[in-house]
Design a protein around this ligand. Structure first.
Ligand SMILES: *Cc1c(COP(=O)(O)O)cnc(C)c1O
Length: 497
């Protein structure tokens, strides 16, 4: 029998919130993030879970966190999410390449790991709305560094009772990512390019969420905002599932003994994916180190190594754009845990981040960061390891995954740690064809992303995924571009309020 889990804000302003309320609200009214009042523990031996398929495992994990959902409700959401929009029944397969175990999270409809959670979030959200007797239309407002946008559009298009608005940095995403979004058809969708970077888009969205007058106006028009960003627990919780699935898969393959610890290596931006791994560890999954891999926007590397989080630095545009982030929102949840759930402390740190652009944590908190190792990879390293892995193992990885591979290699060398590592592959190389192909050989320099899709499919002898087939020929349906301070205006125009 599962315990009842309630949610509360990291900033102390809300407690006793049901999972369905937290999913609907996205963010707490005091600006904090919802966290469970306790992390449920696995209550059977791991080997007992090994015979479950992905959906059964998803039910096992989700039912522990979303305890006010009935079995029927959860199973409905899971069935709808993990179906044949994934190109493999395994949903999240593992590829063994040399000594590395790549957890491929890119077999969903948009070729990036965001599909793992965004394929289920719309169903969790509409189910929550029913449970809460909500009669308003849900407006999903999302800022994206490239992959969330398309995955959220895929998830919410045509879902009755919802509208979705996506803001993306006009010059901060790959050609293919951009094309995926601006050609996305649907009556309830609206896509807008921002003249600015991802942080500008994300800050803009957060500001709208805190604009009480605007929220009132929405309510009068029978709308309610929610967030599809990774701060929503409806995204965080489904991400825990694949860490269990990965562990059990390599256990079944005989790569590890039952209970043997593994490292997980996660290419990190908003800290959502790696936080799910941290929660998995707290539930009892045998994880040793959580290796947090950054690109040249290495705020997290600096934070883990010095205890100082400082976003006041130059924003760098890299070849792993989905990690070009200086404000990692989900880190607030980790801070909450390592501060001993001290919401006053969190308020103080977040105020300092808002006002001064930085904060520093104390020694006690730093002690508890030891679960993590922080490293980073430059664009050059990233390219180097795409080429290395391809030439040595005939396996093609994308730029984000290469950041993880590179950081892990360094970590193992420096610390002489031979623990098996699961490297989280967050995107298909097909999503970043220009950077990937030019890492192999700079003869592709004058080609574009679209031309290189064919080249790539010849190279790896696999058909191009249908998600991007003929993408360059699709009709552009979203042409709106605005400044960061015009976002609210664009929302009003779309909603006609
Ligand atoms: C979103 C994303 C990341 C970063 O994940 P976070 O949960 O934001 O840390 C890494 N790689 C890819 C391809 C992504 O789309």
């Amino acid at each position: 029998m599962n315990k009842n889990i309630y949610y509360k804000s990291t900033r102390g302003g809300e407690t006793g919130i049901l999972a369905s309320e937290a999913v609907l609200k996205g963010i707490a009214s005091d600006g904090g993030l919802f966290v469970p009042n306790e992390i449920p523990k696995i209550d059977v031996e791991l080997s007992k879970l090994a015979s479950m398929d992905y959906k059964e495992l998803a039910y096992y994990i989700l039912s522990k966190f979303l305890s006010d959902f009935t079995e029927e409700e959860l199973k409905y959401c899971i069935e709808k999410a993990y179906d044949n929009k994934f190109d493999t029944e395994e949903i999240a397969p593992i590829s063994k390449v040399g000594n590395a175990l790549f957890l491929e999270l890119y077999h969903g409809p948009t070729l990036a790991f965001k599909d793992m959670a965004l394929s289920i979030l719309p169903y969790l959200m509409t189910t929550s709305a029913k449970k809460q007797n909500l009669d308003k239309e849900i407006v999903i407002l999302t800022a994206t560094s490239g992959d969330t946008g398309k995955a959220a559009l895929e998830g919410f298009t045509g879902v009755p009772g919802t509208k979705i608005i996506v803001f993306f940095p006009e010059d901060g995403v790959s050609e293919i990512q951009k094309k995926q979004m601006i050609t996305h058809e649907g009556d309830n969708v609206f896509v807008v390019g921002i003249e600015g970077n991802f942080d500008d888009a994300q800050s803009g969205v957060k500001k709208i969420f805190r604009d009480n007058e605007f929220l009132k106006l929405l309510e009068e028009n029978n709308y309610i905002f929610s967030s599809a960003n990774s701060i929503n627990i409806g995204r965080l919780v489904p991400q825990i599932v694949y860490y269990f699935s990965a562990y059990l898969k390599i256990y079944i393959k005989g790569e590890i003994e039952e209970g043997e610890k593994v490292n997980v290596v996660v290419p990190t931006g908003n800290f959502g994916n790696i936080l799910a791994a941290y929660y998995a560890k707290q539930m009892g999954l045998p994880i040793n180190k959580l290796v947090c891999a950054s690109n040249d926007n290495k705020v997290l590397y600096d934070f883990i190594n010095t205890g100082v989080y400082d976003r006041q630095r130059k924003f760098v545009t890299t070849i792993s754009p989905s990690m070009d982030i200086l404000i990692s929102s989900n880190l607030e949840r980790l801070l909450y845990t390592i501060s001993g759930e001290d919401s006053d402390k969190i308020k103080e740190l977040m105020n300092s981040l808002d006002k001064d652009g930085s904060y520093e944590i104390n020694e006690t908190m730093r002690e508890k960061l030891r679960d993590f190792y922080g490293g980073f990879a430059s664009d050059n390293d990233t390219k180097k390891f795409i080429k290395y892995v391809y030439e040595k193992y005939n396996y093609l990885i994308d730029t984000h995954t290469s950041v993880a591979y590179s950081v892990n290699k360094k970590y193992r060398e420096v610390f002489n740690d031979n623990t098996k590592s699961i490297i989280v592959s967050t995107a298909s190389p097909y999503k970043f064809t220009y950077s990937v192909m030019n890492s192999l050989d700079n003869k592709y320099m004058d080609s574009n992303d679209f031309e290189l899709v064919k080249e790539m499919s010849w190279l790896i002898d696999k058909k191009e995924p249908k998600a991007i087939k003929n993408i360059e020929k699709r009709r552009i349906v979203h042409k709106t571009i605005c400044k960061a301070d015009e976002m609210k205006l664009k929302v009003r125009e779309f909603l006609e309020i």
